[in-house]
Write a protein that binds this ligand. Structure first.
Ligand SMILES: Cc1cc2nc3c(=O)[nH]c(=O)nc-3n(C[C@H](O)[C@H](O)[C@H](O)COP(=O)(O)O)c2cc1C
Length: 331
């Protein structure tokens, strides 16, 4: 079953960023084709971790939002999927799908046998996908990965073929090695290689920021679409802009940078618990300040602000000083 339109635009899973407030903000610009939650540990979720209600919130587009899990083993993942199905049904929401994290290299996750550590165990990873597939006969199932521990084209193709044969609907590749974080340019030829080798869509991820990088992924490498992370925080309108420009490269948008930032703060307050407000606002403005010429000063002040009211005041006062930056043409 194909769950992705051609040239798909997907929001990346990002801890403390890909929450309901950001998805709401993106939806206010027309949205994207699919969304992701931030990652959740399958084991913690099964054990009833306190904040999972917010981590696993799939609104405002529950039918289009994949919950991303990292899982140490297949039985735990199976329990997590069963619990998620029960909870979504109880809330009367559609089950938008599951994304399996095979890329995270955070030490505590790798040590617990989740994320990138699965790349050392191709059969185990394929079995994990097969387990999820058996529990998700009609819902989207995808996997997200990096290049792994070392560069090996045959190793990568064989690992990904195992995931595809086990039933993944699509794969997302962020073509950097485990240890590369965001250093160096992504090795996008691997997206092209996988797209040619696999019968399922391969989504490219990493540094997609504009029409040129979108087209390089889709037309240059044959990707089924792109997943966008940080640029969707910097410019929550990026999906609308790309969609417009892909049809007509001269397409442009006028955005109110002040209003969008204030809308975000309002969504944060309304949609997430107070315990999340400060950390999530800091994370968001870390990227969003890139829209402003003196954004580095504002970013620094926001990172050190003690509460949300101060952040709001700092943000508003920026535009009192630089009013010309409030409304910007995006092309
Ligand atoms: C703050 C932050 C948190 C992230 N959290 C996750 C996560 O929970 N799961 C995941 O698979 N990738 C995570 N990533 C990686 C992104 O999904 C994405 O692969 C990466 O940012 C590259 O895409 P970009 O260049 O469009 O940002 C995170 C990245 C950032 C910057």
């Amino acid at each position: 079953m194909s769950f992705l339109p051609p040239r798909a635009l997907i929001l990346a899973p990002m801890v403390e960023l890909s929450h309901v407030a950001l998805r709401d903000l993106i939806a206010s610009f027309g949205g994207c084709d699919r969304y992701s939650t931030e990652m959740s540990g399958a084991a913690a979720y099964v054990a009833g971790a306190p904040w999972d209600r917010w981590f696993l919130d799939t609104t405002p587009e529950p039918g289009l939002t994949s919950v991303q899990f990292f899982a140490p083993d297949a039985p735990t993942l199976a329990q997590a999927i069963a619990k998620l199905r029960r909870e979504l049904a109880a809330a009367g929401l559609p089950f938008g799908g599951v994304d399996l994290n095979f890329g995270c290299a955070a030490p505590q996750i790798e040590k617990a046998g989740g994320g990138v550590s699965w790349m050392k165990d191709p059969e185990g990873a394929a079995a994990l996908v097969a387990t999820a597939r058996s529990l998700l006969p009609d819902e989207p199932l995808s996997c997200k990965l990096r290049l792994g521990y070392e560069e090996s084209a045959p190793g990568l193709v064989s690992f990904c073929r195992g995931l595809a044969d086990a039933g993944a609907d699509w794969l997302t590749l962020h073509p950097r090695l485990r240890h590369e974080k965001f250093r160096r340019t992504g090795k996008w030829a691997y997206v092209g290689l996988l797209s040619g080798e696999l019968d399922i869509p391969v989504i490219g991820n990493g540094d997609v920021r504009d029409l040129a990088s979108f087209r390089a992924a889709v037309d240059g490498q044959g990707a089924g679409g792109v997943m966008i992370g940080r640029e969707a925080v910097r410019r929550p309108w990026i999906f609308a802009l790309l969609r417009g420009q892909d049809g007509d490269p001269a397409f442009s948008m006028i955005v109110d940078v002040l209003k969008t930032g204030m809308d975000f703060l309002d969504l944060l307050k309304r949609r997430l618990p107070p315990e999340f407000h400060l950390s999530r606002a800091r994370r968001f403005f870390f990227y969003y300040c890139d829209n402003l010429s003196f954004g580095h000063h504002l970013r620094f002040a926001i990172q050190n602000a003690p509460d949300l009211d101060t952040i709001e005041r700092l943000f508003l006062s920026y535009f009192e000083q630089v009013p010309a930056e409030r409304v910007q043409k995006q092309a």
